[in-house]
Design a protein around this ligand. Structure first.
Ligand code: ATP
Length: 227
């Protein structure tokens, strides 16, 4: 079953001044359990597409349907709740909160959702273990390497058991060992827990391990390869 459908999505920025056509009619179906990479030259629309799929920004035309629900037909508050419950984000703009420890960063959303301490404590410890950081749970982001921070971000994205995780260049700024580890961990979560991942990347090593590669050129799907 498709958990994400985009129907002829377009996005034009700066419509009143000098318009930028970032997406020019993207129609895609993402099935449950996919491990899909969105690639393409700089400016081809990767981040814009992830923003639309995540309900963070509205298309100029077209539709984004998640679990059968038309995202942008929802009221703003309903969309915010929907995002919290169904979508995990690993985006640069959503960096970790510096004053919180790794464990607190992971459990933050669960606390906001009013979950009981016993539940969010267990869940955040399990997730930090799954990403190989059981010995760093009480460290703040500044005490962790870039790769470790990205792993905390993945654990945080999974905290509320989302239907899928969107990651915008998750291995950017990581050395090859850290990006290899992060990818191993994402693949493990995908294979063992059937978590759907959709991520944009410029990193060929990441692309090589994706099972589906969607190439955008000038805001359009140029290629869509399954392996
Ligand atoms: N908020 C914005 N306002 C105006 N133009 C924008 C905005 N965000 C993106 N754009 C433009 O839309 C186009 C697509 O940008 P986008 O960030 O989606 O590309 P990308 O493929 O993710 O690029 P990169 O690989 O460099 O991150 C670019 O021409 C960009 O300059």
């Amino acid at each position: 079953m498709a958990i994400i459908e985009t129907h002829d999505v377009t996005k034009i920025y700066n419509q009143e001044q000098v318009p930028v056509h970032a997406l020019n009619g993207v129609t895609l179906n993402i099935e449950e359990g996919e491990f899909t990479s969105i690639v393409g030259p700089s400016g081809s629309g990767k981040t814009t597409l992830l923003n639309m799929i995540g309900g963070l920004d509205k298309p100029t035309s077209g539709k984004v349907v998640v679990n059968g629900i038309d995202l942008f037909a929802m009221k703003e508050n309903d969309l915010i709740n929907f995002r919290l419950q169904h979508i995990g984000f690993v985006f640069q703009a959503y960096n970790l909160i510096p004053v919180l420890t790794a464990k607190e960063n992971v459990s933050f959303i669960l606390q906001m959702q009013g979950k009981k301490a016993a539940e969010y404590e267990t869940r955040s410890m399990d997730l930090l273990k799954a990403v190989g950081l059981e010995d760093k749970v009480d460290k703040r982001p500044s005490e962790l390497s870039g790769g470790q921070q990205q792993r905390v971000a993945v654990a945080r994205a999974l905290a509320s058991k989302p239907d899928f995780v969107l990651a915008d260049e998750p291995t950017a700024n990581l050395d090859s060992v850290s990006s290899g580890n992060l990818l191993d961990m994402m693949l493990h979560l995908n294979e063992e827990e059937n978590i759907t991942f959709i991520f944009s990347t410029h990193d060929q090593r990441v692309v090589d391990r994706a099972r589906r590669v969607v190439t955008l050129v000038d805001g359009k799907v140029d290629k869509d390869e399954k392996r």
